[in-house]
Ligand binder design. Sequence first.
Ligand code: IPE
Ligand code: IPE
Ligand code: MG
Length: 229
Amino acid sequence: MGENRRTPSHVGLIMDGNGRWAKKRLMPRSYGHNAGMNRMIGLAEHAKKCGVRYLTVYTLSTENFSRPKQELEGLYSLFRKYFSANAKKLYGQGAAIKIIGDLSVLPEDVQILLADGEKNSPENAEFTLIFAINYGSHAEILRAVNTAVERGEKIGAEDFAKLLYTNGIPDPDMIIRTGGEKRLSNFLLYQAAYAELYFSDTLFPDFSDEELDKALEDFSKRERRFGNV
Ligand code: IPE
Ligand code: IPE
Ligand code: MG
């Protein structure tokens, strides 16, 4: 299980509130998503400076696929824009990119762009930015179970973890959710068994570096017992 460290090694971030942020400004939801992506890149750079080693950003859930086609198309365009420009910027700082989720339903050019980003990442990077795209814990767990069943052997926890999308990534120490809702919405349910939860009412595009500092500070004060005394 997790190590006791003052700074979380792995932070999961549920970036919620883009739509409401845009609505408050009488702008379309896509405007909020664009602002959210910009903020996410800034936060990733800040998290890296703070000593976070893995940052998993919940970018698109399996459930988000029921959203209007126009909103999804807008998100794909954002991936196109950000993955060509910012992926390179991140590599420049010795960061790696990883994608978790089922990409097979995305437009083919986006799939290629994401796969390239992952492939061109440096080995043994000091910081890894993990994008959860068309990710859902239920789908992830069922996929792992079905693979295990196909193999026809009972498996233990260690081998099961290898069948999850997060294979090779340590469990999150902390999950932050912005936007006011207090739920996990199918994000890293298996992996977050011992994650510290942090909820902020701030809508994601407004979630500043200082607010991340506050969350990290809060984490540093928590006593993690992992079931022990
Ligand atoms: C989160 O913001 C980003 C995605 C789910 C893609 P929302 O789009 O859910 O924003 P709100 O919750 O409607 O404000
Ligand atoms: C969670 O936000 C998904 C992402 C941030 C990608 P949602 O806005 O989809 O969650 P619910 O519907 O409020 O639970
Ligand atoms: Mg939302």
